[in-house]
Write a protein that binds this ligand. Sequence first.
Ligand code: TYM
Length: 332
Amino acid sequence: MTLKRVLSGIQPTSDSFHLGNYLGAVKQWVELQDGHDAFYCIVDLHALTVETDPKLMRKRTLISAAQLLALGISPEKATLFVQSQVPQHNQLGWIMECLTGFGEASRMTQFKDKSQKSGTDTTRVGLFTYPMLMAADILLYQTHLVPVGEDQRQHIELTRDIAERFNSKYGKTFVVPEGYILKEGAKIYDIAEPTAKMSKSSGTGAGLIEIMDSPETNLKKIKSAVTDAGREVTFDSVNKPGISNLLTIHSALSGRTIKELENEFDGKGYGDFKSAVAEVVVEYLRPIRSKALELLEDEAHLVKILHEGAAKAQAVASKTLEGTYKNLGLVL
Ligand code: TYM
């Protein structure tokens, strides 16, 4: 029996992943590496769509690899690699751009939001074509499942549309992938502003829980998380977005259901509940941060894992690219 293929990617744009990255995506990556043929990619080319510093780029790519390993990605089970080390991503990316309508690409809400914020003069063309490179990342591996957070849903839809369009025009070439998006936890909110998505590119930082931050910092942030009117700890995302977000976080990390948590904190105040959430998050992240710091002490080992991953990824990617070129009538 051949295993279903899984692929996902994460940008190395920060010194740390945040809890949204983990709960919305990477936690599922770890689960899916068992029983699937999984490919996980640090998408450094996507990170170039905004201003970057070469020294930080290298450092953050290695920090990303260390964190993914510390969070449970195993190089024996999954193929972990860096996007720029597999040139087929750029090659298929061009084909994807040639299959996407300008209007279709203009409707991508992430592009619209980000370009509106920075203005057309500073927005890079790469930010506009970013979803087509993402489609290439996915389709190169004949991917069945793409574990991502809610904010990537529209990009997966675009990928499916491009794959179907290509297949019907040029013959069956790509597996049409499906998003693997959780019902709860696919969107983790900023704990200081619980109506906004937890994000490394927006917010003040006070509401961002980072994996590589010290336990003391995270403890302080969670204890000062914004809560809502009233005093009952109940899940109600419309009227109690702050408490609902904290319930989602606690439940995802402790493995207890939201119902159980509501019962436990029945009659207790927000203060007790926040202390409990802080304890769960800090103790969950403590060994992960230590492990990542330990892995970062041996850069050569990390680079070796990534090179081995890139070789395995290339073997699959080059086959898909060849089939694509052939079906397009390019002379091989
Ligand atoms: P990126 O690097 O912004 O985020 C990585 C993953 O984290 C998820 N995520 C969240 N989930 C829940 N709540 C949040 N607050 C939150 N913030 C981020 C994202 O949905 C994502 O799954 N375009 C992608 C990277 C990419 C990719 C790919 C993904 C490039 N090629 C191919 C899948 C397949 C991105 O920018 O993710």
